[in-house]
Design a protein around this ligand. Sequence first.
Ligand code: GLY
Length: 369
Amino acid sequence: MLKTIKVKLNAPADRSYSIVIGRGILKNAGKTVKDLGLGNDIFLITDSNVNCLYGKPALLSFRQGGFKTTASCVIKAGEDSKSLDSFIKIQGALYNFDRNGNRQIVIATLGGGVPGDLGGFIAGTYKRGISFIQMPTTLLGFVDCGLGGKTAVNFRDAKNSIGIFWQPRLVYMDIDALKTLPLREIQSGLAETLKYGVISDPALFDYLEFNSDKLLVPDMAVYERVIPICVKIKADITSADERDEKDIRIMLNFGHTAGHAIEAATGYRKYTHGEAISLGMLIAGGISKELGLFRDADLFRLENLIENLGLPVKLSGCKVSSVLEAMKHDKKFKSGVNRFILPVKIGACKVVDNIPEKVIAKAVKSRMV
Ligand code: GLY
């Protein structure tokens, strides 16, 4: 199976790119990237965990694919590396690599959200922007952060607060990497996967409900079906609203308002991103139900699927007040007016502003252990 999905970005110039999805295709990455004619030298950015598994095969593939020189920069695995410190260190390594050979560099990121977001930010800022390709290796990367061009680092306690939009020239997904992904990381990605069912694809939601046990195995046949569906939805959304300006891309933020607040209120340690987003989706569902927009039965289905995927449905380790306080820093909130993505049924969400604080507090409280 090899699928190609296109992100169409036509203004101001054609910056469209392909997302190639397949199994066992890492060995062909080098030739595929070389054939794009972007450059002769690869600078690979990855993390220590992914480097042990896929660093060597990736570099070998680039050399066999025709790249003249390759270098790799390995950051420590974990969210702490998504920082300005790492940014400066990598920029230094890139500068040295470039200076020693006057090269035509293409950056390749290999791994999850940390190498992907950080590497994209490096590519978008080095010499005012050079080409980069993304090779996600996590489920979260396959269905969400590996495409779409949002790049960033964290600053102080604010996630993704310094960054730019910088689109990759290719996204290359060897989904066999799921076989080495720890279960908790798979579950984290499943939260973003089911998000697509709620925001736009009821059939996907049904399929996930029916196959929840297989998703945890992980049964690759199920992923061969599910990942391209999610990628297509995200590709269409980001083609329509690249810079999150038209209330279209914002739908991808379903569950993230409360989810990000939960991550902050628990010090980014207790919950994985997907676990926090699961709780955030349930809080958004609770708010929507309270406002009379979402049926009880649909909220029940959402809770059931989250639970069956081994994701949390109850929140602990922080106070309701800390979650509410952290929410106020959400990028969507403007001049004190809150803004949520609320589900109206399985398969559709809408943006709602200015929700009474007591409704939000009630929904958060209802999720506490
Ligand atoms: N992860 C949300 C977005 O790409 O807009």
